[in-house]
Design a protein around this ligand. Sequence first.
Ligand SMILES: C[S@@+](CC[C@H](N)C(=O)[O-])C[C@H]1O[C@@H](n2cnc3c(N)ncnc32)[C@H](O)[C@@H]1O
Length: 469
Amino acid sequence: MHLQVGLPINTKEEEEENSLVKMATRIVSMRFLATIFQPVLTLRCHCVNIKRYVRKRIGVSGSISVKGSIENSKQVVSQNEHLLQDNIFRNPKKDSVQRPDNISDSVQFSQLPREKVINADLRDNHQPTTLSRFGEVDGLLYEKAQPGDKSLTRLVSIARSKKLREQQGKVVLEGKRLIRSALDAGAVAQTVYFSSVDALRELPLDKLGHTSIVKVRKEDPKIWSDLDTSKNIIAIFKRPEASHLTFSEEKYGKPVPLTLICDNVRDPGNLAAVLRSAAAAGCHSVLLTKGCVDVWEPKVLRAAMGAHFRLPVIPSLTWSDIPSHLPKTATIHVADNCSTTLTEDNNTVIPQQQKKPSDYGWVRGHQYPRKVEYEDDDFCGFEDYDSGKSLETQYYYIDWVARHTGLVIGGESHGLSREALRLAERTGGRRLLIPMVYGVDSLNSAMAASILLFEGRKQLLSLAEKIRS
Ligand SMILES: C[S@@+](CC[C@H](N)C(=O)[O-])C[C@H]1O[C@@H](n2cnc3c(N)ncnc32)[C@H](O)[C@@H]1O
């Protein structure tokens, strides 16, 4: 019988087993160490990548400081990639350098004067790749879009989706005239895409100091435009707010104290026509209730012909917001087609002192039950409204202007809201009627607005004339 004394003697298999265990332990501890050091290494990699990225994109060495988290760094790189916003802050002379909103503060480039950047690019024969990616127009550096660049498709999505426009706080403007008006009014262009240098040259280049400029191929504008003749320049702007824009009296003349209020005007063509008329009539401002179509929708922008930048247009207002955009003394009238209609054979001249439809003799009093809509779109169906009962009706060509006058135009489907009538009542306003021949219910809202606004302008100017003389 064999007795084992002292330390057990390992067999060959046991030794092999032990060395396997040791190896496994080593692997585990190496993995453990790797987990600890991995974030540090990744951060280091990102720093290096960003440095390389910057050198590649701007062709000069920039001083970079990374303050944010790794996630931040990743974001900056990917945002820059897909928006083609090269983040070169080109005008170091300005005190406050305005940056595109979505660029994080975590990357700062040495702010070389633009000329130096360009010259560095042009001089540096050792960087042919960098040089071919950039061009220059009258001292303004631009980048050439690379094949497969998706930024134009993204731009189209912003242009077409109200939700995206609102979420990202951006609007898309097409064509040199519109872009120029926006820039002149002080709107901030984030990126300008152009296919023809001549089109770019027609913009006030001094106002593009903080903008990314990207040259696209000649055929690219077809992606963004559904016009037959697509424009060769398009820009993404920071969603402009009327309070931050300047409306030049020198250029467009002094406005008359007349504010147009659109009450649920939902059709883009109508809203555009209304804005265009309001601008042409030299109105003070335009207020839009929440139910109106988005004022930055491409169709509205296109057909309004720059009206957005000629007078303050304030969108998305509730009826309780509206008085705060008007002087306290303002009188608000409503354009109302529903109170009365004209008989077929009428062409009588109405004496000015007559106010109520029944006074006119040949007009019918209110006869239709009306749809009434609450502010929250809680539609109440047909009923006789009690608001605005005390509102008198008068023909539009009889004097109705006051020191500051507001005019409400109803929407296409439901006409005037109860809130509009209440506001008119509270401010001593009236119903203004454009007489129509028998059997015609109403005019298109933009047509009605146009007639009333130009009449209002005429009355205000003659009032001013009377006061002067
Ligand atoms: C197309 S209409 C509204 C039609 C709507 N279905 C209704 O019955 O009220 C749009 C708006 O244009 C204005 N409008 C149209 N015709 C008008 C007229 N003859 N006189 C005054 N305003 C008019 C009104 O403000 C009206 O609410």
